[in-house]
Design a protein around this ligand. Structure first.
Ligand code: UTP
Length: 286
């Protein structure tokens, strides 16, 4: 059973500066909720009941968002805004959230390793909160189903254009277990040339404790950072690691274009806003 999810949220978010100088990029708004809230809902929908948040300086807003706020609750109660009240109270009750500080931004692998003691000796999920998805079944639930079949780490993968392989961790495929589930031979983070395929690792993982042990021995790799991909690669060489081509559409909310696409698509997915929003778009003159 996978009950814990690590959400690394300690990065500087330089692609979204200057906004991210003071506001965590995970708190960027999609319609009326911060991006991280969609990621946490995805985790809860996949049966996760404990989130281990990796944070850093100036990320306190995330913790505040999931805390109780009694003055606001009293005001909402007094003014009879019961629906809003239950929504606000519900945030603090979604699941257990604990946080660990990553004191130095040494990379995604290091961020995940900061959760090692809290994860303990059990399989766990990793969710990168700037990758958001619209899908019929939540992407983490798709990965969990695959994990239950193979009982080995499963990474969400997607095809990317050859020109973009240098931006991602790229996998080398060994075999095809099922239509969308591949055994992986190896993987390389941000290959400058000769990518082993055009399947990229995106922000959802189910990992096993042996990967945490590997992370403890992993030095810096691509971009001088401790890379999660390097530790998973070493486990893939001696054991089994799988890649699942998930069903759904991904939005990289850590980039300006991906974020704007997400705003449009997440708004269009809201029945209460779709028609009005379409009217606004139709009126745009180029
Ligand atoms: P990114 O590669 O998107 O880095 O990290 P970033 O700093 O957040 O953003 P840019 O590239 O400078 O714009 C992927 C995920 O790993 C986390 C980030 O918070 C994000 O969720 N991360 C990265 C950490 O938690 N710690 C790190 O040291 C690096």
């Amino acid at each position: 059973m996978i009950k814990k999810a690590v959400i690394p949220a300690a990065g500087f978010g330089t692609r979204m500066l200057p906004f991210t100088k003071a506001v965590p990029k995970e708190m960027i708004t999609l319609v009326d909720r911060p991006a991280i809230d969609y990621a946490i809902d995805e985790a809860v929908a996949a049966g996760i009941d404990e989130i281990i948040l990796i944070t850093s300086k100036s990320k306190n807003l995330i913790e505040d968002y999931y805390d109780r706020y009694y003055e606001l609750e009293n005001a909402l109660e007094k003014s009879g805004k019961t629906e809003l009240l239950s929504e606000v109270v519900g945030l603090a009750e979604k699941c257990k959230i604990v946080s660990v500080r990553q004191k130095e931004q040494l990379g995604l692998g290091h961020a995940v390793y900061c959760a090692a003691d809290l994860v303990g000796d059990e399989p766990f999920a990793v969710i990168l909160p700037d990758d958001l998805f619209l899908s019929k079944k939540p992407v983490l639930a798709q990965l969990k189903e695959a994990y239950e079949k193979v009982k080995s780490p499963v990474l969400a993968i997607q095809e990317v254009p050859e020109s973009e392989t240098s931006k991602y961790g790229i996998v080398d495929i060994k075999n095809n277990t099922e239509v969308n589930l591949f055994g992986l031979k190896s993987m390389v983070e941000k290959p400058k040339e000769n990518p082993p395929s055009n399947y990229a690792i995106v922000g959802r993982y189910i990992l096993t404790p042996d990967i945490l042990k590997e992370l403890g021995n992993t030095g810096s790799g691509a971009l001088g950072e401790i890379q999660l991909t390097d530790a998973i690669n070493r486990v893939a060489k001696s054991g089994e690691v799988f890649g699942l081509v998930y069903e759904g559409k991904r939005f990289d909310c850590g980039s300006k274009q991906g974020y704007l696409e997400a705003v449009v698509n997440f708004t269009m997915a809201r029945e209460d806003l779709r028609d009005d929003f379409l009217n606004v778009i139709k009126k745009i003159k180029m």
